[in-house]
Design a protein around this ligand. Structure first.
Ligand code: UGA
Length: 437
């Protein structure tokens, strides 16, 4: 099929490359010339494992191209809208200007029968509004909402083998003409047994925000338990292991630590609350305010614990922060709890050095006042205290005996509860986890 993908960020670039991998002829379109130049040279403008290789493979086939020219969408049967929906400045709601601009720019290039497929995370009701705009310009075109559930760091696998496909169509019916077209787009995953659900548009939009809200709630639940564990001397990691053995609960997303960040969960729960307010259903989501505040409390807690570890004052303490990305296998620092903690410590008088295998360029753009060191050993040299804040594999594998020789103080705060506390203590370290004795 001929497909256009509008918006080539984390979502769109991966989607475009994966659609081409599946055999479709794809054009990726973005207003950012730098991004398009980089993608055209088979180089992802952000770090995502396997993406550079995939871009190279598919570009060799001639099935994938990138451009800033929207007219390249003409002649494509399916147009995916993959632009960002960030949080509005100074407000909780989602900023829809990129979605609106993408659809407006696409309209002159749609043809009768085209399918426009929204993948961006949007407030419920957006699809119906956009569908109205679309049919005014092209009465026989269709708008489908097809939310994306990919995780950064696993984006290619999640796109090629999703755990479910959701198509939100105007009448919510299996017989809707867009269903068979999308089935053709996703033929590979469907034949491998991926379940597909046909819903109406508002349900499809809500599936995405509900899923992310549930994940955020799960993380904040276990972080609330961590607070109780800290107050009572219990161990939240063992608690999570034990409750997670109940199938109905499950162990995934029960890792207590410094909390969730990134470009999705924090802004999605806030936009969801804002939308519920507009719909007069704000009471239904007041719990998400608590989820958000438990999450933000983790950052303050880490600063306090670090102060305790440093003997009561942060002034002049050399602190090395291991990890800047919001999670491992990503260079994304949007709302990264690790960076926000590093900046707080610096503001409170500590001398902070941040290291990360991939995210330092993005981090230094966001927080230029922090000191960055790409080499792990150099970053740790002379540190009074280490903070492990993003659980990259190389940090999890650190050997406490080897690390001892380079640092000044044997103090470590494990913000992700991934180190073997007994091993670090046996090597002479003062170890603190979160929600662990
Ligand atoms: C999230 C969802 O998991 C995806 O399904 C969704 O498609 C995506 O948002 C999106 O809306 O586009 P992502 O932001 O890539 O994906 O990251 P997650 O893997 O969900 O992690 C989010 C944050 O939660 C990270 O900061 C991570 O460190 C933290 N986390 C995760 C915990 O603190 N504890 C856990 O147990 C799990």
């Amino acid at each position: 099929m001929r497909i256009s993908v509008i918006g080539c960020g984390y979502l769109g670039a991966v989607h475009a490359a994966c659609m081409a991998k599946l055999g479709h002829e794809v054009v990726g379109i973005d207003v950012d010339e730098g991004k398009i130049r980089s993608l055209s040279a088979a180089h992802a403008p952000f770090f995502e494992p396997g993406l550079d290789e995939l871009l190279r493979d598919v570009q060799e086939t001639g099935r994938l191209s990138f451009t800033t020219d929207m007219s390249a969408a003409a002649g494509c049967a399916v147009h995916f809208i993959c632009v960002g929906t960030p949080q509005k400045k100074g407000e909780n709601g989602a900023d829809l200007r990129y979605v609106d601009a993408a659809v407006e720019a696409l309209l002159p290039h749609t043809r009768p029968g085209d399918i426009v497929v929204g993948k961006s995370t949007v407030p419920v009701g957006t699809a119906a509004r956009l569908a109205g705009i679309l049919v005014q310009s092209e009465p026989s075109a269709h708008l489908v909402w097809n939310p994306e559930f990919l995780r950064e760091g696993h984006a290619i696998k999640d796109t090629l083998s999703p755990d479910r496909l959701v198509y939100g169509v105007a009448d919510g019916s299996e017989d809707h003409v867009a269903v068979s077209v999308l089935d053709e787009v996703y033929a590979n995953a469907l034949s491998a047994g991926t379940p597909r659900l046909i819903t109406d548009q508002p349900t499809a939009e809500l599936v995405k925000t509900a899923a992310n809200s549930f994940l955020a709630t799960k993380i904040s639940f276990i972080n609330a338990m961590a607070e109780l564990c800290e107050a009572s001397g219990a161990d939240v990691t063992r608690l999570a292991d034990a409750i997670g053995m109940d199938d109905r609960i499950g162990r995934k997303f029960l890792n207590a630590g410094i909390g969730f960040g990134g470009g999705c969960l924090p802004k999605d729960i806030r936009a969801f609350m804002a939308r519920a307010g507009e719909l007069g259903a704000d009471q239904a989501l007041t719990f998400l305010r608590e989820v958000d505040s438990i999450n933000m409390r983790r950052r303050t807690r880490v600063v306090e614990l670090t102060r305790e570890l440093c003997g009561g004052s942060l002034l002049g303490q050399n602190i090395t922060v291991l990890g800047a990305a919001f999670k491992p296998e990503s260079d994304d620092v949007r709302d990264s709890p690790a960076l926000s903690i590093a900046a707080q410590l610096q503001l409170q008088g500590a001398v902070v050095t941040v290291t990360d295998p991939k995210a330092l360029e993005n981090a230094s753009r966001r927080f230029p006042e922090l000191q960055y060191e790409p080499d792990l050993e150099t970053a740790m040299a002379g540190a009074d205290t280490l903070l492990l804040l993003t659980e990259w594999q190389q940090y999890k594998e650190l050997d406490p005996f080897e690390v001892s020789s380079g640092v000044t103080g044997l103090r470590i705060l494990d913000g992700r509860n991934v180190l073997d506390a007994a091993k670090w203590r046996a090597a002479g370290w003062q170890y603190r986890g979160l929600g662990r004795p």
